[in-house]
Design a binder for this molecule. Structure first.
Ligand code: G1P
Ligand code: ZN
Length: 544
């Protein structure tokens, strides 16, 4: 079979960010752009000749076209078989699971997660390694270096494929196996959670669940698991059909983009548990009656009660959270006598800890939670965990959180996203903070005082690698903390994220929501960083 070598020129903007390469669809559609990037992954990640890879996407605009390009490049690079979700779709956690169960050498996930879709929206490519986890920094750096020197890529023709027909098809020199994207994943969930108990909860009079798939990839997974296997009434899963433009919704499960769910849970007709996931199914938002569960609290509550869930009944080896995530789970870990690791932002940093068996639960403030069952974060898994906890304890979501606060205290949290159109100005803000780090201790701010401030460096306890410059931390005397870092997932300008955390003792009042409880910290943080002065921006674009 003919492998053709196509001459190309390097692109200078193919450095993978926090979670793969994300760019405007328009950029990805430039001739050779996607081919170059894929070839760089093939060159940097090792020899995949004769190997099996997994592929699937979140179904966003350009999913099918990108998959066709991937097939040609994979065939040109000697891949033996691609395992693909029916219709070219796989949620991120299901892909991670499939890579692991099928012993694949890795997988390509075509997703820009919660970024907007459509011809003017974003596209993305993530590469997962054989452990089902996102490529580590050493590999993404190697891919990036390769993109800067690439002069040709290899393709082979694969002919016409029917992505809706399960089974194996010949695709030129390669095989393509179409699989049910849901089956293996659903079976895994049945092993982890007490489905009988959840079924009784969902059947109990008056209990109402709503899961909003936001017209993204989790629809079919949620319908199969929540409605078919667990018996939630039909219609409990809403916006269940994946659409290329997500039906105009922004598939990001947070109180701003999924405000309709929060309104429902705050209103007179509120249900018992509402939840949503994102474009590729790895994020989750849990809403109890009158309360959005802050992701840091969610992780802490799951850790506190993990022993009540079959998959975790043997106890947790340890837990981990990304650095900007609140330190609520640290208190639970201390109480359980297990280690708690603090990693940089981005799921890839958890994977070594998971592979080494050092942790069983981990999470990020950006509505991401997961466990040792996968090497990606997992939206539906989190929903099932919460349902299992409500079923096992008989306590509603809101009670579980409030009881947690009474026992451990509350880490109120909010994130301010400052959109700074000029990337260089954003870099100046960060550099300015960095320069002043040594002078911050003792400075008065927001009615308290800075105790210490540093730039976060992570030392991976498994492979000894160091990741420097992972965000600036400012610790305050009253237990509060400010964190600054630049987003690595945007496709234009820069977003400076400021993470605000305030601690309220167990016996203090816990009333109020995260944004209100941290508002004064937000002002102080913006002033401390001199954002207005250095970047000419005076308000955060988003408060989450
Ligand atoms: C954001 C989140 C981060 C998450 C990533 C991928 O990255 O902050 O926690 O892992 O999306 O979902 P950022 O844009 O901050 O680099
Ligand atoms: Zn995602």
């Amino acid at each position: 079979m003919d492998v053709r070598r196509i001459p190309t020129e390097p692109f200078d903007d193919q450095r993978p960010g926090t979670a793969g390469l994300r760019r405007k669809v328009r950029r990805f559609r430039q001739p050779h752009y996607l081919e170059n990037f894929l070839q760089a992954v093939f060159d940097a990640a090792g020899d995949f000749r004769g190997q099996v890879l997994v592929a699937g996407g979140d179904g966003r605009f350009w999913n099918a076209e990108a998959l066709a390009v991937l097939f040609r490049v994979a065939a040109g690079n000697g891949v033996r078989r691609m395992i693909v979700g029916r219709g070219g779709m796989l949620s991120t956690p299901a892909a991670s699971h499939l890579i692991r169960t099928r012993g694949a050498a890795g997988g390509f996930l075509l997703t820009a997660s919660h970024n907007p879709g459509g011809p003017d929206g974003d596209f993305g490519v993530k590469f997962d390694t054989a452990n089902g986890g996102q490529a580590p920094e050493s590999l993404t750096d190697a891919v990036w270096r390769r993109t800067l020197e690439l002069r040709e890529y290899r393709v082979a023709e694969v002919g016409r494929l029917d992505l809706d027909r399960p089974g194996v098809q010949q695709a030129g020199p390669m095989e393509v196996e179409i699989v049910d994207p849901v089956a293996d994943y659903a079976a895994l969930m049945e092993r982890l959670f007490d489905f009988d108990r959840i079924r009784s909860l969902l059947a109990s009079p008056g209990f109402r669940l709503r899961f909003d798939a936001l017209n993204a990839v989790t629809g079919p997974y949620a319908v199969e698991i929540l409605e078919r296997r667990l018996g939630a009434p039909p219609g409990s899963v809403v916006n269940a059909v994946p659409l290329p433009d997500f039906g105009g919704l922004h598939p990001d499960p947070n109180p701003v983009d999924a405000a309709h769910l929060v309104d429902w849970m705050n209103g007179p007709d509120a249900g018992d548990l509402a939840a949503a996931s994102d474009g590729d199914g790895d994020r989750n938002m849990i809403v109890g009656r009158g309360m959005v569960v802050s992701p840091g609290d969610s992780l802490a509550v799951l850790a506190e009660h993990a022993g009540k869930v079959p998959g975790y009944a043997a106890g947790l080896a340890g837990v981990a959270r990304s650095m900007p995530t609140t330190r609520a789970v640290d208190r639970v870990a201390a109480d359980l006598g297990i280690p708690c690791y603090e990693t940089p932002t981005g799921w890839r940093y958890f994977c070594n800890l998971l592979d080494a068996g050092l942790i069983d639960l981990c999470g990020e403030e950006s509505f991401g939670t997961s466990s040792s069952h996968a090497r990606e974060k997992d939206g539906l898994w989190a929903v099932l965990f919460w349902l299992n906890l409500v079923a096992a304890t008989g306590r509603p979501v809101t009670r579980l959180v409030e009881d947690h606060w009474r026992r451990f205290g509350r880490h109120a949290f909010c994130r301010h996203d400052w959109f700074i159109p000029d990337g260089e100005a954003a870099a100046r803000v960060m550099a300015g903070l960095e320069e002043r780090l040594a002078t911050l201790a003792g400075q008065e701010i927001a009615g308290t005082r800075v105790t210490t401030a540093d730039s976060f460096t992570y030392l991976d306890p498994v492979d000894g690698s160091a990741s420097a410059g992972q965000g600036i931390r400012v610790f305050l005397e009253d237990g509060a903390r400010l964190v600054y870092r630049l987003s690595g997932t945007g496709t234009e300008g820069a977003t400076l994220r400021i993470y605000l955390e305030r601690y309220l003792a167990p016996d203090a009042s816990h009333a109020g929501d995260g944004p209100a409880l941290t508002a004064s910290l937000g002002h102080a943080a913006a002033e401390l960083a001199r954002i207005g002065e250095l970047a000419g921006v005076h308000e955060p674009a988003g408060v989450i």
